[in-house]
Design a binder for this molecule. Structure first.
Ligand code: UGA
Length: 425
């Protein structure tokens, strides 16, 4: 496993759990030392326990030595970062470097698997780099095998996947990969590499569009007096629509959707196609952050000098990740407009601190809302649903709540004397 980021660690630990011997490689020796000592640098349910179990059994190990790891392995997964460059395109410098390093260590037949989200055509590109960098020809295949892991549920997503997509022209590679994944009960979809790469982008952009669509419907529900939760339920019974991904909020975020939508737009531009729909999705998503801020502003009668208690900074619940977090973006905008913010998140405070200079950080949700003029709930952590809102009411200066995730019960809150605003209800 080359690259011990999120995807590499989850895939490595889970493959070890399926009975394989896995070695994870990273050039960052401090990270490798920490991982070898059983310290997993990301918060992901079940990952540390799984990694520790297989570290102890010897099925999982960590190293900085890419040459040795590749030469001893039959499968080589490329799971390095592909951060966006200034044009929004995925930067594949690391993938290229790794491809060159792999080339020098191929001693017998290997399946090289591209798992990172890479631009269309990257599987072929990796193949070309390896071919050019190899001193003596050895047999190998490069395969696209995109991941569909969600943060927070990545381990169970790996173990119980919706599908396994393999993009390859080589029957031998497909057979071996099928064998590797034998412990998983999921449809196996074999296609060509370019289509496999497109499946990843098209899936993420579709889900981002679905979230954006329900956000737009929520905004309209506010105008006409409908309840978006009822609307989403009523829509979801149609199997062509389904119940998933119809929760409105402050906009989508995270390390994948925004980046992949921008990358797909760049790919479209490069190929002369105007993907106006996706352009619109990103625009509407930006507006959704703005709408959330405007709601707080309206409810509290202006933001200048107001004390705002923010609950939630992670881009969604059950993760400590704040990359492109709508919660962080909204919090920033509140402060830019003169609000004094005190925030609390059960997991993401350390990651959020550098992003929010000037904000106060509380030890608990109750501390965050002390003397606040308005409470803004931005991430749907379970613990925010079960707070003692009578106590919250007593702590706040004014009883105002903006629930940007529709987590709370307006009937109960109104009985307690709160003025409540959700999304689309
Ligand atoms: C996403 C995809 O769901 C995974 O399938 C994919 O593998 C992953 O990206 C990736 O490319 O690595 P993730 O970024 O972990 O996973 O997060 P999601 O659970 O998909 O949520 C994305 C954003 O949409 C979050 O900000 C979330 O709050 C928002 N969302 C999601 C909503 O606002 N409403 C919903 O109903 C669902």
């Amino acid at each position: 496993m080359i690259g011990t980021g999120y995807v590499g660690l989850v895939t490595g630990a889970c493959l070890a759990d399926l009975g394989h011997t896995v070695v994870c490689v990273d050039r960052d020796s401090e990270k490798i030392d920490a991982l070898s000592a059983g310290r997993v640098p990301v918060y992901e349910a079940g990952l540390e326990a799984l990694a520790t179990k297989h570290l102890e059994s010897g099925d999982l190990s960590f190293t900085t030595d890419i040459q040795e790891a590749v030469s001893k392995s039959q499968f080589v997964f490329i799971t390095v970062d592909t951060p966006p460059d200034e044009t929004g395109r995925a930067d594949i410098t690391r993938v290229e470097e790794v491809a060159r390093s792999i080339a020098g260590s191929i001693n017998d037949y290997k399946v090289i698997i591209n798992k990172s989200t890479v631009p269309i055509g990257s599987t072929k590109m990796v193949q070309r780099i390896i071919e050019e960098s190899m001193e003596e020809y050895r047999e190998y295949d490069v395969v696209s095998n995109p991941e569909f892991l969600r943060e927070g549920t990545a381990v169970s997503d790996f173990m119980d996947p919706s599908r396994i997509v393999i993009g390859s022209d080589s029957q031998k590679a497909v057979m071996l990969l099928t064998e590797l994944y034998r412990g998983l009960d999921a449809p196996l979809f074999v296609t060509d590499p370019v289509s496999a790469e497109m499946i990843k982008y098209a899936s993420n952009a579709f889900l981002a569009t679905k979230v954006t669509y329900i956000n737009a419907i929520a905004n309209l529900c506010e105008a006409v007096g409908a309840d978006v939760r009822e609307v989403a339920l009523g829509m979801g019974y149609d199997e062509r629509i389904g119940f998933e991904f119809l929760k409105p909020g402050p906009g989508f975020g995270g390390s994948c959707f925004p980046k992949d939508c921008r990358a797909l737009l760049a790919i479209s531009r490069d190929h002369g196609y105007d993907f106006d729909l996706l352009e619109g999705v990103l625009e509407v998503n930006r507006e959704q952050h703005e709408r959330t801020v405007a709601k707080v502003e309206r409810l509290s009668g202006g933001l200048k000098g107001r004390k705002v208690g923010v609950l939630g900074l992670a881009f969604k619940a059950n993760t400590d990740d704040v990359r492109e977090s709508p919660a962080v973006r909204v919090t920033k905008m509140l402060m830019e407009r003169g609000a004094h913010v005190t925030a609390f998140d059960p997991r993401a405070m350390d990651n959020a601190r550098p992003e929010l200079p000037g904000a106060g950080f509380a030890e608990s949700a109750y501390e965050a809302v002390e003397d606040a003029d308005v409470l803004v709930l931005l991430t749907e952590w379970d613990e925010f649903k079960w707070l003692d809102y009578e106590r919250v009411r007593g702590l706040m200066a004014r009883p105002l709540i903006v629930d940007a995730r529709n987590c709370l019960d307006p009937v109960v809150l109104r009985k307690l004397g709160f003025t409540y605003e959700g999304v689309g209800r």
